[in-house]
Design a protein around this ligand. Structure first.
Ligand code: M2E
Length: 256
């Protein structure tokens, strides 16, 4: 397996995905108003992004809004939509400063034209940046992602460009979201629940899983650093297994 090592020989993951759970419970615990936990959660991301950047993580993907979140109370959905637009606008100068590529995954057809335009504009303005990629999952579901990829192949079959027996996992892998970046190495969930909740199902097939009771607004870089150290140890312990795992990678440094 191609591996990137830090100066102290820690194995650095290429792609970290985070389920940022616990905003509402944080709001309640701190006696904040309804929805204010999400505002606190919005600010927790910046230090994590900066830590990932300085550590050499290539891709950070965060679950901002799931396909299931549409079923939350209408007030909360509206607030989250507002916060998404606000955050994208707020983040643009930081993306330029740090040269971070911003990308979005999920079913955009469900979002307002205004939000869709904002997302397209943010992607276009950061498309050439290569310090890191920050992926925001909005209206995203892993099952939607896989079904959407299957539809693309089904259309090719319908048009006679592909045989049904050529619908393989390799071809599906080319059509799921983030097909062009390394697979998820670490999947982290904050907030104390032990579920994947329909996040990057395909892309996390071989991910190491990390769960913490820390609520998302309290999640800090030092806790992420501890998890990365644990990731590194797990990778070393199961080195044999991980050698057999084929991921889409750019070879930077062959080790072992
Ligand atoms: C996010 C969105 O719960 C969400 C509220 C908005 C902020 N957030 C959490 C995000 O995930 C857009 C960008 Cl550019 C960055 C983060």
């Amino acid at each position: 397996m191609s591996t990137i090592l830090s100066a102290d020989s820690t194995i650095i993951p290429k792609h970290i995905a985070v389920i940022m759970d616990g905003n509402n419970r944080y709001g309640k615990a701190h006696k904040l108003g309804k929805g204010e936990g999400h505002i606190a959660g919005k600010d927790a991301l910046d230090p994590i992004v900066e830590y990932c950047l300085s550590t050499g993580i290539e891709v950070l993907t965060v679950f901002a809004f799931s396909s299931e979140n549409w079923q939350r109370p209408p007030n909360e959905v509206s607030l989250l939509m507002y916060l998404l637009a606000l955050t994208i606008n707020e983040q643009m100068p930081r993306m330029q400063k740090y040269r971070i590529k911003l990308r979005f995954i999920g079913d955009r057809s469900q979002l307002t034209d205004e939000l869709q335009a904002l997302m397209a504009d943010a992607e276009a303005k950061t498309a050439n940046f290569e310090a890191m990629t920050l992926v925001i999952a909005i209206s995203y579901g892993g099952q939607w992602d896989i079904a959407h990829a299957a539809q693309k192949l089904a259309k090719q079959v319908q048009e006679g460009q592909l045989r049904a027996e050529d619908v393989t996992k390799e071809r599906l892998a080319q059509h799921v979201q983030l097909a062009d970046v390394p697979a998820v190495d670490m999947l982290i969930r904050t907030g104390g629940e032990y579920r994947i909740s329909n996040f990057l199902l395909w892309q996390s097939a071989y991910a190491e899983l990390f769960f913490t009771k820390t609520l998302w607004p309290d999640f800090r870089p030092h806790e992420l650093a501890t998890m990365i150290a644990e990731f590194s140890q797990r990778q070393r312990r199961f080195g044999k297994t991980s050698e057999q795992v084929e991921t889409q990678t750019t070879v930077i440094n062959e080790c072992d």
